[in-house]
Design a protein around this ligand. Sequence first.
Ligand code: NCD
Length: 299
Amino acid sequence: MSDLISIRDLDKAAIEKLLASAEKMEQNLFTMHDTFKGKVAATLFFEPSTRTHLSFQTAAQRLGMSVVPYYHASSSSSKGESLKDTLKIVDGYADILVIRHPLEGSARWAAEVAQHPLVNAGDGGNQHPTQTLIDLFAIQKAKSKIKGLNVQLVGDLKHARVMRSLVYALGMFGANISLAAPVGLEMDPVIVKETEERFGAKISQTSKLDLADSDVVYVCRIQKERFSDPYAASKLQASFRISPELIKAAKEGMILMHPLPKLDEIPPEVDASPHAYYFQQARCGVPVRMAVLSYCMKG
Ligand code: NCD
């Protein structure tokens, strides 16, 4: 059995295997499998979630597992119980744990407490490895490759865990990466340097939005909950938008991705654009998470 805490836990061969397994899962997506019949998955969410929580629950059930969901607001941790105690209890009930928690590093620590395999569904601004697998799967589905594509990551690159995980994987798969963030929300230079040095990636950075050269534009919202000053976050949110005018300059076939939820950074008019790909991207959540749960259960 294995944990999945960071995208760095997987090498290229392991990711390729997971994507191939997700493809198989997708072919029979609306079938109930009995692969893990009698097993129980616990989903522990200490932060809000729609897609991640629901797609993990759906994936576990499609694999034949039962699901016990934990919601922070209605649980004993809101009475002050420690995370360690909660984890020990849930680990005694379930065969696999999926956790989302606002503290960076919490998932790695939780995996040491739990005996059963554990999947990180987002630890603060640090990592979101299963979202990255969904993103790679969705890119491959639309473009039949990742290597050599011009991929632009746009938005709050300082706080978004999806971007921190994704930039590393894009480097591993040989994409040409460019980063566009409002001034002050640039990606941590340590992560940029790591991706460049480890994979020989060339990463360009800008604070101006220009979509003209991109095959993939991947946008995320300003991560307001990670700001000490919510007013500063709102101001930035209004300043960095993918307007319908901006999209006009895009290449034919450019795909516009977003992990969702999207707010002002992509106005609703853009949903009708042939470039908008985020709803298809979100649909990849269930097959990819079925592949991840199988991988972690089997090792
Ligand atoms: C992302 C997250 O929670 O990090 N959402 C998701 O998992 N699909 C992105 C976000 O909240 O901005």
